[in-house]
Design a binder for this molecule. Structure first.
Ligand code: PMP
Length: 314
């Protein structure tokens, strides 16, 4: 992966090579950090890079920080400004991914969350597709269970919890699958390794509620709105049983990295007719138009990186 030129680190923009932490750093030892994952989409016609819903992403980051007893005197809007400045410094004219991290920075031994120094860093990298088979993914039910809210809150993007995601992803990929569906301890579907999950059943769009150990996905939220407003679909947030995915019409996963990934097979069983379904196809197209800044009524979700000079006068 291409390394960034710059990072935001300890309150300033520095060359990426200078953004370093010591091996004793608390977050490195104990996973006591939280992060974000934000995409930027290049629109060639507009000559513009659009960051998708940055304030929502930074708001979620600040919520994750609170779950880790971190106190930051900074707003999601100010974090967005730092993000824009960083991306401008890189001068990207392509799709990118932005990664802010809040972390326990002390170099000490001791498992706890309180009385530690909290720091913030941010970097960005060029980024394309995350799931190779995003129009016909084959997934399996993971033998791992999703972390529970009473263990490590899945609602937050807590670094330590991503060991759960990594176990899930590696075992699925090594077994020959593209991704995995993860169940809660009670056997209901939660999400994928790093993406939310939706099914179409009897023409309705159904997804697990935010109380079922899922990350409160920004893409999930956007897809729910697009499905309702643009496709007029009935939306239901309710627990999903394992066998429902074998009899649903369509299945797809959403995430900043995964975008809208169609799932066409689960454990060697075809989903619906085994092809990407109509609703998934439409939502993929809509989402792509929205994030690239081509649908004016959703342009409030996009923040333009480059300041465009308007030619005034005659
Ligand atoms: N669940 C998990 C565990 C994730 O890591 C992600 C990716 N951030 C998602 C769901 C999707 O969330 P979002 O749409 O906000 O990227």
């Amino acid at each position: 992966m291409q390394l960034p030129n710059y990072a935001y680190f300890e309150g300033q923009f520095v060359p990426y090579s200078e953004a370093k932490v010591g091996v004793m750093t608390h977050a490195f030892n104990y996973g006591t950090a939280a992060f974000g994952g934000i995409r930027g989409y290049w629109n060639n016609e507009h000559e513009q890079l659009y960051i998708f819903r940055p304030v929502d992403h930074f708001q979620r980051l600040l919520h994750s920080a609170r779950m880790l007893c971190m106190e930051f005197d900074i707003t999601a809007e100010s974090l967005t400004q730092i993000c824009l400045e960083l991306v401008r410094m890189e001068g990207y004219r392509r799709d990118i991914y932005i990664r802010p991290i809040v972390y326990k920075a002390d170099e000490i031994i001791g498992v706890k969350l309180h009385d530690l120094e909290d720091k913030l860093t941010m970097f960005s990298v060029p980024f394309d597709r995350y799931v190779a088979n995003d129009t016909n993914a084959h997934v399996t039910f993971s033998s791992w269970r999703r972390v529970d809210d009473n263990m490590i809150p899945a609602r937050g993007k807590i670094s330590g919890a991503y060991v759960n995601s990594a176990l899930i992803k590696t075992d699925a990929v090594r077994a020959g699958f593209d991704e995995a569906l993860v169940l809660n301890q009670d056997g209901h579907l939660s999400e994928g390794s790093a993406m939310n999950v939706f099914m179409i059943r009897d023409g309705k769009l159904i997804t697990p509620p935010t109380t079922d150990n899922i990350l409160e996905g920004i893409t999930r939220r956007s897809i729910l709105e697009l499905a309702k407003e643009e496709l007029g679909l009935e939306i239901i947030e309710r627990p999903i049983d394992r066998t429902e995915v074998f009899i649903c019409e369509e299945l797809f996963m959403t995430g900043t990295a995964a975008q809208v990934t169609a799932v066409t097979r689960v454990d060697f069983r075809a989903v619906g007719n085994g092809q990407m379904g109509q609703v998934t196809t439409k939502l993929r197209q809509l989402f792509n138009e929205v994030v690239r800044g081509n649908l004016p009524r959703y342009q409030h979700w996009n923040t333009a990186v480059y300041i465009q000079e308007t030619i005034s006068g005659v």
